[in-house]
Design a protein around this ligand. Structure first.
Ligand code: IMP
Ligand code: MG
Length: 201
């Protein structure tokens, strides 16, 4: 007879550490649908222009790992266009830190972006450093267009002025987890945007 593992399971149960849900899953889903429709519409305009000029047409999505992985998985299914995905890895919150410590690129940046339409996707715009660095590096390759999309933004926190093209939600300056966002690598699988109890940090 297998022994019940309930005790173990509940010790790791995420909901114990959650303080407050800021954005429930149905609101996230609705907003992701809107963002996808908006992005697809804008890309179609560029692509229609290119058909007229005979230029090559490619759309490349660049999610910033690891935080954007849940968001981008949902977002791409709301963009009914042929596109490819090229990930970039960036670390700005090593370990248990909740303050941005500067940005380090952990994967090679995608190559061959010349002439393509690029959409950079991140989970959250906080100090703005991550998207500033990634966008600069992408622009060096002379893509036809570069757009940026973030699920969350903390207004007033920007250390570098950065205006994303698409923003899901503006949130207060609180440390949040869930829907891809982590604290010390955990809670990315919590399906809503939430704050942590102080004792969990
Ligand atoms: P920025 O470079 O300061 O804009 O930081 C953006 C990155 O920091 C995001 O991609 C997240 O990985 C991380 N980050 C910023 N705020 C939070 C938060 O409240 N919770 C979890 N991660 C965050
Ligand atoms: Mg991140």
């Amino acid at each position: 007879m297998p022994r019940p593992v309930q005790g173990y399971a509940s010790a790791l149960a995420i909901h114990r550490d959650i303080e407050n849900v800021l954005i429930p899953r149905d609101r996230i889903a609705e907003r992701v649908r809107e963002l996808g429709a908006h992005i697809a519409r804008d890309l179609q305009v560029d692509l229609a222009r290119e058909i007229a000029s005979g230029a090559e047409q490619r759309v490349v999505l660049i999610p910033v790992l690891t935080g954007a992985m849940v968001f981008v998985a949902d977002l791409i299914r709301e963009i009914p266009l042929k596109l490819s995905i090229e990930v970039v890895g960036v670390s700005s919150y090593p370990g248990k830190s909740v303050e941005s410590k500067g940005v380090s690129i952990r994967h090679e940046l995608p190559r061959a972006l010349r002439g393509t339409h690029v959409l950079i996707v991140d989970d959250i715009l906080d100090s703005g450093q991550t998207l500033d660095v990634v966008t600069r590096l992408v622009r060096e390759q002379a893509p036809a267009s570069v757009r940026t999309c973030v699920l969350l933004r903390k207004p007033g926190k920007a250390r570098v002025p950065f205006v994303p093209d698409y923003v899901g939600f503006d949130i207060p300056d609180e440390f949040v987890v869930g829907y891809g966002l982590d604290y010390d690598g955990y809670y990315r699988n919590y399906p809503q945007i939430a704050t942590l109890k102080p004792e969990a940090r």
